[in-house]
Design a protein around this ligand. Sequence first.
Ligand SMILES: *Cc1c(COP(=O)(O)O)cnc(C)c1O
Length: 393
Amino acid sequence: MSYNVNEKGYYGEFGGAYIPEMLYPNVEELRQNYLKIMAEPSFKKEFDQLLKDYVGRPSPLYFAKRLSEKYKTNIYLKREDLNHTGAHKINNTIGQILMAKRLGKNRIIAETGAGQHGVATATVCALMGLECIVYMGEIDIARQAPNVARMKMLGATVVPALSGSKTLKDATNEAIRDWINNPVDTHYIIGSAIGPHPYPDMVTRFQSIISEEIKWQLKEHIGKENPDYVVACIGGGSNAAGTYYHFLDNVNVNIIAVEAAGLGIDSGESAATSVLGKEGIIHGCKTLLMQTKDGQITEPYSISAGLDYPGVGPMHAHLSITGRAEFMSITDNDAMKAGLELCQLEGIIPAIETAHALAIFEHKKFKKEDVVVVSLSGRGDKDLNTYIDYFKL
Ligand SMILES: *Cc1c(COP(=O)(O)O)cnc(C)c1O
């Protein structure tokens, strides 16, 4: 059984490139070149250098002593929250901006929901002096004012998506429309391990630095490079894909994927795609997708903006169907409690997305000798208002 993408862009039955014909030249150009470019020594050198000097990698692998004592196991936190811009997303945008430059593109477009990917994209465009246009739903623009301000300060143009529900899905449609109209000079930076092939694989490879570092860092800590468990939260699945990547084929390393249950799986207000999703096509790939009986995409819900995506990346759909990964769903309430607990036990304020991954310890018992590595995907500064409202701080 392979858990990696095949030549045609499939993870088992999921993936592929289901795109309008007018998008074909752009996607095909990327498909034919991405592996070649990533393998070039000059590309690797520039990518590694920027990850080190600009992003601040390697991010620490931290043994969380008090958290481990509480749950009677060994918990290590992979500190992606300490990256420049506060999350793992910058690993991918650095990789893609270098890819765009090698492909001779001078105009960058992106979609964003909560604005985190928009900020990470605007950041690397400023770094490289490239034009940056970020599509964002009109409703999200109103909800996420600080991130809109950040993107503007970084020199990006934020274009409101006015159609449909005026959220992420509509912003994505606008970005695709733009790309069709500007096939020659524009690169579309997708923010998660989703979209048509080769995006899920390309994003996964850029994020795989996470598990590459975990291996040698764990060896430094405990003398062996493989943990018993790797754990990550899943929106589209990019921090998870990066955290799992170098362990996929080692079945002694258990994989746990954590989705947002929102108000509860059966509440109608949730983003637990692996449980509620059916096979369908979203943003150019075949995957598990929350939809009505007649195939209309249902609006997902989670208290964390980064997890309320109606689908899941095709790698994760495959990991779910094959049973390679154990999927757990965590409610808003349990995530918020786990977030506050990390603050008070370890002095780390996590993003609410990340707090979902931390909440599994209340629901699953680990052995005393188990080594559990959790991807601390991002920091909680952006979520302060949500924490304040929720806990009446
Ligand atoms: C965007 C985001 C996520 C979800 O995105 P993935 O692609 O599933 O990783 C998780 N955590 C943080 C902190 C984020 O910003």
